[in-house]
Write a protein that binds this ligand. Structure first.
Ligand code: HEC
Length: 120
């Protein structure tokens, strides 16, 4: 009886080991993606070295009147979901573009809000 249990345990142990070796990497790779909440992943996109709160404040002071409360566009175009790089957006802020005037804000704020918009 003892031998039977031992043999059973060995078989279970072996199969767990054999299967585990191949199955293990997949759950480990999948786990981090599932563990990160969707909206947190968005704020940590590649261009993620910005201060979202400060950017929001800058946006509300300097951009919201023309681009809408949720970057959905108003008199100016929609900014959310645009493919512009932070550099391009910074250029638009500092130099203006067609009917958009240059926005006179500190470079630091302009850079921060540009990165933030690029990530929206
Ligand atoms: C006085 C209104 C006004 C304000 C204030 C304003 N914009 Fe604009 N913005 C516009 C208009 C109008 C355009 C479209 C320009 C064009 O026709 O090319 C534009 C275009 C842009 C574009 C280019 C979009 C594209 O798809 O080409 C970006 C980026 C942008 N604005 C960012 C900002 C940011 C950031 C701020 C605040 C720092 C801001 N704007 C403030 C009116 C404004």
């Amino acid at each position: 009886m003892k031998k039977m249990l031992l043999a059973l345990g060995l078989v279970v142990g072996l199969s767990a080991c054999g299967g585990g070796n191949e199955a293990a990497p997949a759950p480990e790779e999948a786990a981090p993606e599932e563990a990160v909440p969707a909206d947190e992943a968005v704020t940590e996109e590649p261009a993620g070295d910005f201060n979202a709160e400060a950017a929001r404040a800058t946006y509300e002071t300097s951009c919201i009147s023309c681009h809408g409360g949720n970057l959905e566009g108003a008199m100016g175009p929609k900014l959310a979901g645009s493919e512009h790089s932070p550099e391009h957006i910074l250029g638009v802020i500092q130099n203006g573009q067609n009917t958009m005037p240059a926005i006179d804000i500190p470079a630091e704020e302009a850079e921060n809000v540009a990165k933030w918009i690029a990530a929206q």
